[in-house]
Ligand binder design. Sequence first.
Ligand code: NAP
Length: 500
Amino acid sequence: MTDHDVIIVGAGFGGMGAAITLKKQGFEDLLIIEREDDLGGTWHVNHYPGLAVDIASVTYSYSFEPNPYWKNWFARGPELKAYAEHVADKYDLRRHMEFGISAEGARWDEEAQHWVVTSSPVAGPGQGQPTIRTAKHLMTATGFLSQPRLPDIDGVDTFAGTVIHTAQWDDSVALEGKRIAVIGTGATAVQLIPQIAQLASALTVYQRTPIWVTPKNDFKIPGPVQTLFATQPWTQRVARAANSAWLEGMMVTAVLHYKQAKFLNAGAAALAKAHLRRQVHDPETRRKLTPDYSFGCKRPTFSNDYYPTFNADHVTLETTPIARITPSGIVTSDGQETPVDVLVLATGFNLWDTNFPAFEIIGREGRDLGKSWRQHGYHAFEGVTVPGFPNFISLNSPYSYSGLSYFMTIEVQMRHIERLFSELNKRDAETFEVSETADRAFLDQMLERMDDTVFLQGSCSTARSYYYTNEGDAVLLRPTSSGSARKAVEEFDIDEYAFG
Ligand code: NAP
């Protein structure tokens, strides 16, 4: 006997997608545990000023659950959170969810043929006290960008003013008239900086590596178009297809098929450089904002108001490395100290120390998933399953992420789960485990395809991209087209799984 058929860890769009698929297969005994106090994953956690999608919402949403009423082509953060709530309600997922519960570890019990999952409340009575629950199946949907990274800069913990990481935004902190420093210039900072520049008396942006920024073709979606999307859903499907095709060229083909499509990569870089030229007046600032690595080595972003922010007199782009942080400000390696009231850490997320996986997972014969990935290399069959880990689905796996959109990734994984669990039902089986040979063949295919990518063919050594592991391998993105991923999930041989 187990406590549950399936335990899913994470109530973001990935976990909810997995739950929708399982419910379609007739599984009702699902437990979804979530360490935050509500659902929505990144769209619940993040609420920094300027939060929005940077992939247009017609693409950044479930294809089977279109929202005709997006107010803007690129939805703002609260709309995404509302969309997550709508999905949870429509697919009756809330009753399966427990919030404020952090998964601490999971172990496959070979004798009982189930997973033993340890979790504990993150706050309140019982905080930190472990609860043990069992489930036939375990699914992790803990996100790639979910463990905030604090910079290891000397003195950061001595700063006497206010410190905020973007993923732990404190809405009560007043920014008006403050001297603000932002460390980091990733996609988050690009959204945040124009907003806080409007409030700060002085804003200093500490940039270590510039990011490629292309124009963001954002606009309010007129009421009649929303009505058209609602009454003629095919029109929104056409919009999705057109936008996804454009993104496929720029974010997938130009990056992952770099060898064959260098012209697309060069085109994207030229678009970004022209954008920079148009928007920033000072040539020296433009030079500092120009990346010296190939487009796509690290995640590019889209914005119309990031670059112009640096034209303002009270905004400084600082590229001299930070030497240390003092109680009152930031000292750069040239000895200059800038006084700071509020220090914003837009320093991103730690993927490779505290994620992959997000908590300890022990499979058959005591195999530790995280240790095995770090010691023997990252791999997962079709970015979903790992030999030695029966009845386990890892949604945040190496080679799983499609450069097109997280929803593209999720839907391919949902289809994988659908095929796998319908076979399990058909065979009246209790367990599944992918074969070593299928896993190895998939990895070989990914490594071969990797030869075509900007990661190996371009100039990426200065990019400092989170796509790379600590060992220097770019294992995050699936180096194939979206079409190829969709085809593969329909065609993988189900007999690559052993059912028991
Ligand atoms: P990020 O891309 O990892 O950027 C972190 C920034 O902090 C980088 O500029 C990094 O510099 C800098 N940094 C980190 N440690 C530092 C240190 N010790 N000293 C100086 N600088 C340091 O993180 P992010 O901006 O939060 O974005 C993460 C991802 O979230 C994005 O790539 C995107 O996929 C996603 N995102 C999506 C949206 C959306 O609209 N869909 C919006 C925001 C974010 P280096 O580059 O030199 O390391």
